[in-house]
Design a protein around this ligand. Structure first.
Ligand SMILES: Nc1ncnc2c1ncn2[C@@H]1O[C@H](COP(=O)(O)OP(=O)(O)OP(=O)(O)O)[C@@H](O)[C@H]1O
Length: 604
């Protein structure tokens, strides 16, 4: 083993001088970096970079001059123990410290005066302790700080003017703070200051600052402004011959409908879409199936017409069918009902949607418009939607989603929606964000579908019950979807991923429960492990990430639209949750350690 002997000795001194209830497998004979619980080393194995020991039952003060010798330490988590005494000031040596989790202990006394010694601090959670004294203004020197949680302590005095441009998550609730919220922090929702002197709630929330999204994060942003060029190409491809057959295609759908009793899945046999049948009935050759660039090679209309098809389900905007092409590839055909606009407007919207090319947005392959029929064609995602992965029937094909996968779903979907929100001069709205519209791309990141339809659909249709759980309060009132309402719906998806519960579910007594309200009621007092999906509690060392994600979700589902973060900010926050692992210097090995279920969680 190449680990610096000093680091090993520091850990041994720490453990032997710190009384604890649970025994750890820190056997001197075993390699520290490979075997010791809670320890992660740098890639070359020379230094300890992470110590995560939640819920080990440590009690008493942290022994001096032990952890402070781990000079390369980046992550320290001693949360959920029974540690008392004052803040371990000797950690001031740890110049690389980036993540500090000491929540749920019995620390007391003042916070360190000078936080500037930890230049890299990104996440600080000291909540649920007995810290007193005032909040040191030196937090201001932490340029990287993105999350600061000091809730549930006995901090007093005024809230200092903290200029922290990267701060995304703040919680100062349930202390003894007085005075007014300084201007610099008035962008945060009032819940941040609950449980202090009432005077702190006396401000008007200003808008969140715009966090600029680096261009490389949205690979398709260069496509903006080139829409009409591509649209032209698509239209050229759809020559009139195709148009003729296209009309036949809609007849196929009519056939399909005949076999389907209003909304109940039915199956079409192979050949039911035969082109001969369809074309012979075709009367309107001016309407055409419009393919988008790059899609015409994958399948053509003839293939579509020859396909077998089955009903996938009935959604807000109409029926969805799966068509199986001759070469066994599959597409989804959506048949829109209640389109509220004329042909020109419809086509314009399709152009906007069809030209979004992004790895986290499901591509629209083609569309069709006639007076009586409006169709949209997408690739088929055989794994099913995130809704079916989370809530589908357990059994043969369904394995519970691990946390790593859920994080990737959240990150991907957030990137997809952020991309959508930057299209069309920042005016495009997804309008139907829900887990049945999120699929997994080949890299297993979330990928959003069914976007941009709300402006062209009749708003009169009452919401389907299962959609209601995603609907922002203002949309229920006005029936008009906006970007902040997408953020709300996305927050509900995050809650779904965290809790494993459907957005609207019923209890045994048939009581209808809205997920947002339920989560609010469970976490009203303090963050509690009870909200989280039991499936997730099997994975060690993810509690900080769960709690952070919960905080992000809660910021998305606040009632007032202006108080919600923008989607680009939500995306950054979620990417930061994951940075916990990445800045870990995490090799795939260290990461999989986080994903491997263990029989019992080391303590929450
Ligand atoms: N591209 C696709 N690949 C695989 N399954 C899909 C695809 N698109 C939709 N589905 C599935 O087909 C079913 C019906 O989809 P549809 O989008 O019409 O309704 P929905 O998602 O339930 O509601 P909404 O219309 O509000 O989005 C859903 O179960 C959905 O997950």
């Amino acid at each position: 083993e190449t680990l610096a002997q000093n680091d090993k000795q520091a850990l041994l001194d720490f453990m032997s001088n710190f009384p604890h209830l649970r025994s750890l497998n820190w056997n001197e004979q075993f390699p520290v970096c490979k075997n010791w619980t809670g320890i992660t080393c740098s890639e070359d194995g020379s230094r300890v970079i992470s110590v995560r020991l939640p819920g080990v039952g440590f009690h008493g003060p942290i022994p001096q001059n032990t952890l402070s010798r781990l000079a390369a330490l980046q992550i320290l988590s001693l949360r959920s123990n029974a540690i008392n005494g004052s803040f371990p000031l000797d950690l001031g040596n740890l110049k690389n410290l980036t993540f500090l989790y000491l929540q749920y202990n019995n620390f007391s006394g003042p916070l360190p005066l000078d936080f500037s010694v930890w230049r890299n601090l990104t996440v600080v959670n000291l909540s649920s302790n007995g810290f007193n004294g005032s909040i040191p203004p030196s937090f201001s020197s932490l340029n990287q700080l993105s999350a600061l949680n000091l809730a549930n302590n006995s901090l007093s005095g005024e809230v200092p003017d903290l200029h922290l441009p990267n701060l995304q998550v703040l919680n100062l609730s349930y202390n003894n703070l007085v005075g007014n919220v300084p201007k610099s922090l008035q962008r945060f929702p009032k819940s941040v200051f609950f449980g202090n002197n009432e005077s702190l709630l006396d401000y008007t929330v200003t808008n969140y600052p715009v966090v600029l999204v680096p261009n490389e994060k949205i690979p398709n942003s260069k496509n903006v402004g080139r829409l009409s060029e591509r649209a032209l190409l698509g239209i050229v491809i759809a020559v009139s011959v195709l148009g003729l057959v296209g009309f036949g295609f809609l007849l196929f759908v009519c056939l399909l409908r005949r076999k389907t009793v209003d909304g109940f899945p039915g199956k079409l046999e192979k050949g039911d879409m035969s082109p001969e049948k369809a074309i012979s009935r075709s009367q309107d050759a001016s309407n055409k199936l419009v393919f988008f660039e790059g899609c015409n090679s994958a399948f053509d209309l003839e293939d579509l017409l020859r396909a077998s098809a089955e009903v996938l389900g009935k959604g807000t905007y109409g029926m969805a069918y799966k068509a199986i092409l001759e070469d066994a590839s599959m597409v989804v055909v959506k048949r829109l009902k209640d389109v509220n606009v004329g042909k020109k407007e419809f086509e314009q919207q399709m152009d906007v949607i069809g030209n979004i090319k992004h790895e986290n947005v499901i591509e629209l392959r083609a569309y069709y418009y006639s007076k009586d029929e409006k169709l949209m064609v997408y690739d088929y995602y055989s794994q099913g939607s995130v809704a079916s992965m989370l809530h589908g029937k357990r059994g043969e094909n369904r394995t519970p989603l691990d946390w790593e996968t859920r994080l990737k779903i959240a990150i991907g979907a957030a990137r997809g929606i952020t991309c959508i929100h930057t299209e069309s001069g920042g005016k495009l709205v997804h309008g139907n964000v829900k887990s049945s519209n999120i699929f997994l791309n080949p890299q297993k990141y979330g990928c959003v579908s069914d976007l941009g339809l709300s402006p062209i659909m009749s708003a009169l249709a009452p919401p389907i019950a299962r959609a209601a759980g995603y609907r922002a309060p203002e949309v229920t009132d006005t029936r008009k979807a906006m970007q902040p309402s997408d953020v709300y719906s996305f927050g509900v998806i995050l809650l779904e991923l965290l809790t494993g519960k459907s957005p609207v579910h019923t209890t045994n007594g048939d009581e209808v429960i809205h997920l947002v309200r339920w989560v609010h009621s469970v976490v009203r007092e303090e963050w509690t492990a009870e909200v989280f999906d039991i499936q997730l509690l099997r994975y060690p060392n993810i509690e900080e990430e769960l709690v952070e994600m919960l905080q992000i979700a809660m910021s998305c589902v606040v009632r007032i639209p202006d108080q919600r973060p923008r989607m680009s900010e939500v995306m950054k926050m979620i990417e930061n949750v994951r940075a916990t692992d990445l800045t870990n210097g995490a090799t795939s090995e260290a990461k999989s350690e986080n994903s491997t279920p263990i029989p019992s969680s080391p303590g929450t």
